[in-house]
Design a protein around this ligand. Structure first.
Ligand code: FES
Length: 203
C-alpha cells in the first residue's frame, strides 16, 4: 500500500502510524501537557516553602532562664513549657518509682511510643541527648485541654511541685507526669534537639 492510499482509520502495512493515529497521539500529548501545566502549580503549592518550615520549628535561647524558673513559648499554636530544673528537682523526678505514676508511658515524641515514663526518658532529645536540667513539655492538660499553672513565678504548682490544672484539679509532677486528678496522660514532650549549649530547636 502506498502512502497516498492510506485513509483515516487505516493501519499501514509497515506498522507506521496512520493519519488518524497521528491526530490521536497529538491530542493525547496536548492533553498531557495541559494536565501537566495545571498540576505543576498544585505540586508547587504542596511543597512547603521556607516560611512554612520556619513555623513548624522554633529555636529558643535558654541562656536567660535561671535555675528553678520556667518560660512558656508558643510552637505550632500550642504553649510549650521549658523548665530549668534544680538539682533537687531532678533528684525528685528520678526518685519517683514507676509504680507511683498514673500514666506509665513516657509520651515523648523523641523516643518509642511504649517507652516508660522514667525521668530520663522524659528529658530525652531526638538525638538521644539527655540534659535533665531542661524539661520541655507541651503545656496542654491531657484532660480537656486547659493550660496548667506553674510556669510563671508564684503560680500554684500543685501537690507534686510541677504544674496544676485548676479546671478540674489535675496535678503534674516535676517531670510533667500526671499524679492526681482526672487527666489521663502525662504532658507530652514535643520533638526537640539542642543546637548549641544554650539553644534548643523545638519541632
Ligand atoms: S482540663 Fe485540666 S483538669 Fe480538666
Amino acid at each position: 500500500m502506498t502512502t497516498s492510499a492510506i485513509k483515516d482509520g487505516d493501519v499501514s502495512e509497515d506498522g507506521e502510524p496512520t493519519r488518524r493515529d497521528f491526530i490521536h497521539i497529538f491530542g493525547a500529548a496536548t492533553a498531557a501537557a495541559g494536565a501537566g501545566a495545571v498540576l505543576w502549580p498544585l505540586v508547587q503549592q504542596m511543597n512547603p516553602d521556607a516560611s512554612v518550615l520556619a513555623l513548624s520549628t522554633k529555636e529558643v535561647d535558654l541562656s536567660s532562664v535561671p535555675v528553678g524558673q520556667a518560660i512558656k513559648v508558643m510552637w505550632q499554636g500550642k504553649p510549650v513549657f521549658i523548665r530549668h530544673r534544680t538539682a533537687t528537682e531532678i533528684e525528685e523526678g528520678e526518685a519517683t518509682p514507676l509504680s507511683a505514676l498514673k500514666d506509665p508511658l513516657a509520651r515523648n515524641a523523641n523516643i518509642g511510643a511504649k517507652d516508660e515514663a522514667t525521668d530520663d526518658d522524659r528529658v530525652k532529645a531526638s538525638d538521644g541527648v539527655v540534659r535533665p536540667e531542661w524539661l520541655i513539655l507541651v503545656g496542654v492538660c491531657t484532660h480537656l485541654g486547659c493550660i496548667p499553672l506553674g510556669t510563671s513565678a508564684g503560680e500554684n504548682r500543685g501537690d507534686y511541685n510541677g504544674w496544676f490544672c485548676p479546671c478540674h484539679g489535675s496535678h503534674y509532677d516535676i517531670a510533667g507526669r500526671i499524679r492526681k486528678g482526672p487527666a489521663p496522660e502525662n504532658l507530652p514532650v514535643p520533638p526537640y534537639q539542642f543546637v548549641s549549649d544554650t539553644v534548643v530547636k523545638i519541632g
